[in-house]
Design a protein around this ligand. Structure first.
Ligand code: GRF
Length: 217
């Protein structure tokens, strides 16, 4: 008899495909990633938030690395090391940030060898930062969008993997516009992560040889 599919997707044998999702807020992007059946092995949070309940309902382990200091003397490096250790306990190979509100130190990124993804509610490089949606409204733009990109130590920077345009309507508030953008993110981010994970270890020349196999030739 075939084994039943686990609720949150099958983890392929390549450990680099073991996915962590980092969230701090309402977690609706996390919900979409879970619904897409991505191989999420842990959800990391920096504060109590709805994302915890979403992960628990899907029986996905939660790594709560709570940030208690929001002052200028916040020890970002120590926090980053603690988060890396919590993810290492789940043998995480790829990280998807989904509304994670703590900017991580530069030590985070080399650990995952370029496999940290982010979704941002603007058409990068325009409107970086946490306030992208109100900034678009304040500037009187008639269109904005969302961007999925590889994350680096520069906030909302790094190679762009996918972008989609979203209209701004007269009378939009931050809430209505952000919700319209998130509607697109909930489709674009899972699809982009799925393609990214599938490409891990695949040969760029389409031969199907893994990078490791090529290295042995
Ligand atoms: C998304 O718009 C994402 O781009 C941004 O934070 C939001 C997260 O939304 N970084 P939610 O908490 O998953 O609803």
């Amino acid at each position: 008899m075939a084994s039943p599919e686990p609720a949150h997707g099958t983890v392929a044998e390549d450990p680099r495909r073991r996915l962590a999702v980092l969230a701090s807020g309402t977690g609706t992007i996390l919900e979409a990633l879970i619904a897409a059946g991505l191989p999420i092995v842990v959800v990391g949070v920096d504060r109590p938030c709805r994302a915890v309940q979403i992960a628990e309902a899907a029986q996905i382990p939660v790594a709560a690395v709570e940030r208690r200091d929001f002052s200028a003397s916040f020890d970002r490096e120590a926090y980053t090391v603690a988060l890396v250790e919590a993810l290492a306990a789940h043998r995480v190979g790829t990280v998807a940030m989904a509304g994670f509100a703590t900017v991580l130190g530069p030590a985070f990124f080399p650990v995952f060898e370029g496999r940290v993804l982010n979704t941002h509610p603007s058409l990068l490089p325009a409107y970086r930062g946490w306030h992208a949606v109100p900034m678009v409204l304040a500037a009187g733009e008639t269109a904005t969008g969302c961007t999925v990109h590889l994350a680096t130590s520069e906030v909302d920077d790094g190679p762009i993997l996918a972008q989609e345009r979203v209209p701004v309507y007269p009378g939009d508030t931050e809430a209505t516009l952000h919700e319209r953008i998130k509607g697109v993110e909930r489709r674009l981010y899972p699809a982009t992560i799925r393609a990214f994970i599938a490409s891990i270890g695949a040969a760029p020349d389409g031969t199907g040889a893994t990078t490791d196999e090529r290295g042995r030739r």
